[in-house]
Design a protein around this ligand. Structure first.
Ligand code: NAP
Length: 269
């Protein structure tokens, strides 16, 4: 039996175990997916320990996504984003390899909703881990990216790492969102409270809006976007496709997307 897992702190409420185990069941793969909660400074130790124990693959979440970079050979995309959320153990003496599947989570969520990213004007709100993954992914897919963040300096720094991107404070949304084709909320606003980082009056019917926040599934931003006639994409799709991409890297099989989505949706309610 293969063991896959997630390292994070905390990981108690993770939806990844049921999502991945539904995938193994659908493809008749003999595997389990478990969660591990190392101490906050022990990212590299956890990866070494998992390799020693023969763990087949790891997902990585807060607060370890940056620190794990030191313990793996990161692929160029993960290196550019500066964060790893998926580790593949090649076996033998091979160094663990690190990937960032949050980026594919963003692009595959849009593709699944028939949104064209090539040539699109995209606005990413947020410049943390999810914002970095979204900005790099959208630029690689051919979009022109503007990053808006509460702390404007972080948006400017991120934009400097992304080809042709610009960055600024949240006030830049006033000008950018009305002209945009694609909008991603990559802040945590909307998770704990019924709030939105984007004023409703800026939203419009030509926009496709992905909210990375997945709990609640229907956020304040997505309600506003729906009322404006925009295409709405729940964060659950990003969560699903980052998992799908990790599953495919680990197993080499096309992931059973419908089965994984059903398991996720059952838990999200
Ligand atoms: P992070 O690195 O901590 O970044 C948090 C971001 O939110 C920063 O840009 C921060 O701005 C901004 N922010 C926080 N509170 C704010 C407020 N009150 N007003 C305006 N901006 C605020 O977190 P992360 O890992 O990027 O995650 C961000 C969100 O994405 C979380 O809700 C997470 O659950 C979600 N996420 C979803 C997926 C998925 O698969 N669906 C994957 C990854 C993350 P400052 O820089 O100014 O502090």
């Amino acid at each position: 039996m293969d063991v896959y897992g997630l390292i994070g702190n905390p990981v108690g409420h993770s939806l990844s175990p049921p999502m991945h185990e539904a995938g193994y069941a659908a493809l008749d793969i003999d595997a389990r997916y478990v969660t591990f909660e190392p101490a906050p400074d022990d990212a590299a130790l956890a990866v070494e320990g998992a390799a020693a124990l023969g763990v087949a693959g790891l997902n990585v979440t807060i607060p370890f996504k940056q620190d794990v970079l030191e313990a793996v050979a990161a692929d160029p995309l993960a290196e550019r984003i500066g964060a790893v959320n998926t580790v593949v153990f090649p076996g033998g003496d091979g160094r663990p390899r690190g990937y960032n599947t949050d980026a594919a989570g963003v692009t595959r969520a849009f593709e699944h909703h028939d949104v064209t990213l090539a040539g699109a004007d995209a606005v990413v709100v947020g410049a943390g881990g999810a914002g970095r993954a979204a900005a790099v992914a959208l630029a690689d897919a051919g979009a022109t990216v503007h990053v808006a963040n509460r702390t404007a300096d972080r948006a400017v720094t991120l934009a400097a790492d992304v080809p042709e991107a610009t960055g600024g404070g949240l006030a830049t949304l006033d000008e950018r969102v009305p002209a945009a084709d694609v909008l991603v909320n990559a802040t945590s606003v909307g998770m704990e409270e019924d709030a939105t980082p984007v004023p409703a009056e800026l939203l419009h019917a030509e926009l496709a809006v992905l909210d990375a926040v997945y709990a609640p599934t229907e956020t304040h931003l997505l309600r506003d976007a729906d009322a404006a006639g925009a295409t709405t994409i729940e964060g659950a799709w990003m969560l699903l496709f980052q998992g799908v991409e990790a599953f495919e890297r680990w197993t080499g099989e096309d992931a059973p997307v419908a089965a994984m989505n059903a398991a996720l949706r059952e838990r999200l309610g």
